[in-house]
Design a protein around this ligand. Sequence first.
Ligand SMILES: [Zn+2]
Ligand SMILES: [Zn+2]
Length: 123
Amino acid sequence: MKRKTRQREIIKHLFQSEGRPLNPLEILSLAKYSFSGLSLATVYRAIKELVEEEWLITVEVPGLSLYYEINHHQHHHHFYCSACRKVFEVEGCVPVDGLTPKGFLLESHEILLSGRCSGCIPS
Ligand SMILES: [Zn+2]
Ligand SMILES: [Zn+2]
C-alpha cells in the first residue's frame, strides 16, 4: 500500500513539474530516474485511478496513443510537436462561432495545433 501511494505521488509530481500532457511511455521514462521499480503496467494502473478520481483527463491526438493532463477545468487547446512528439497546452481559444453554418447549433469543437516546438526548430 505504501509503495503504491509513493508511485502515485511520483506520477502526480511529474505532471506538475513537466506542466504539459504526458503519455504513459513518457511518464515511465521520466519517472525511472526517481523510481527504478516502476513498470508500464504500474503506470497504466495509476493513470486509470487518477482518471477515475478526475485528477487527470485524457488528451486525444489523432493517430497517437492517449495523452493525459491535470484536470484544471478550463477550456483550452493543444499544440503537438511532430518532431519530439510532445504535447503542450495552449491557453485560450479562437472565435469559432463564425465558422458555424447558418441555422446550425454549435455545441462543441476541437482544435489541435501542430508543428515544431521551440526546442525543435533548428537555429
Ligand atoms: Zn519538439
Ligand atoms: Zn476552444
